[in-house]
Design a protein around this ligand. Sequence first.
Ligand SMILES: *Cc1c(COP(=O)(O)O)cnc(C)c1O
Length: 402
Amino acid sequence: MNTPLLPIYARADLSFERGEGPWLIGHDGQRYLDFGAGIAVNALGHAHPHLVKALTEQAGKIWHTSNLYRIPEGERLAQRLVDATFADVVFFSNSGAEANEAAIKMARKYHASKGHPERFRIVTFEGAFHGRTLATIAAGGQQKYLEGFGPKVEGFDQVPLGDQKALEAAIGPETAAILIEPIQGEGGIRPVPAQFLRGLRELCGREGLLLIYDEIQTGVGRTGRLFAYEWSSVAPDIMTIAKGIGGGFPMGACLATAEAASGMKVGSHGTTFGGNPLAMAVGNAVLDVVLEPGFLENVERLGLLLKQRLAELQDRHPAVIAEIRGQGLMVGLRTHVPNTELIDAARAEKLILIAAGDNVCRLLPPLVITEAEIGEAVARLDRACAAIEKQLKAVAQKGAAE
Ligand SMILES: *Cc1c(COP(=O)(O)O)cnc(C)c1O
């Protein structure tokens, strides 16, 4: 593919003309069942009528005014997020990485404003993903994303996920905060036990640290609760969201308690586009649907159903599927074959999945998926697994014949 786009993605030679709920209609005329949702972004599927209406109505009124003026739709969205969470204040950004940048700056400023500017270090976990800005690649700590971009931004200390001893050893007089995804997404749908989160909360209390959750992938209903932390009842001091909250419109947010945000004053931070009227209109529309009575319970129910159906599939294809994990409609299939093989085989069956670390295929369907569509996806995945097994057998036979 010869295009003037910066070649930073190994793009599939596939593009989509339009979407309807969980379906994507390709320029090739084919209908694909979308279990990637633009990497957990299209929480309500494609072209959801309520979202289309909110965006087009807002587009006819006003697009952008800047944060020099009040934006009523943003104030309303912030209030709704505050009412639904641990938080007291909200900062809107355009992306997940920017929301994390705000969280990192907020945590550092908190300690600085209390007379401890030396407390700027943040503990993160192996396998984490927090974005692609200079600070967030340092936070994520993945060598493949840091390589060649000069000195790693100072102030991030990484420990193995779940390793209490290493964690306590990493905390010192310069530590400001702990940053963690309640379920690692890009790392391969790796859930963090509630017990570990409780330990973090205690440790933060004892050491005067801020606890930051990156719920950019897990948030906004993905796991069957509005936010994944609700499963553990362990609230953070700061939390970042993005992906699902815009339903496909670029936006993110950094939520915080009044105390954690107390260092941030007029002029401390800013954004030109963040929280603009178009994004706020869509964000409110997403919440209208996700907060409807019964919506999250249905996500939880469908998530259980999906995992059950996948467990049956694993029984049928033990040579392909090694493990099923996740929560709600955030599910990972660890495979025995390279995960890209299953993703390619699924795509041949017109089912879209997404790769993750630890040789995992992610299933992240729109939260509006139906039981019947889950059944259809599993049937397609069944055929994809069968195709891989057939190949494995052919290779084995060829090996035996030689
Ligand atoms: C996607 C993601 C990010 C980065 O979001 P961008 O919008 O790509 O900047 C950060 N953290 C987590 C957990 C994510 O899944």
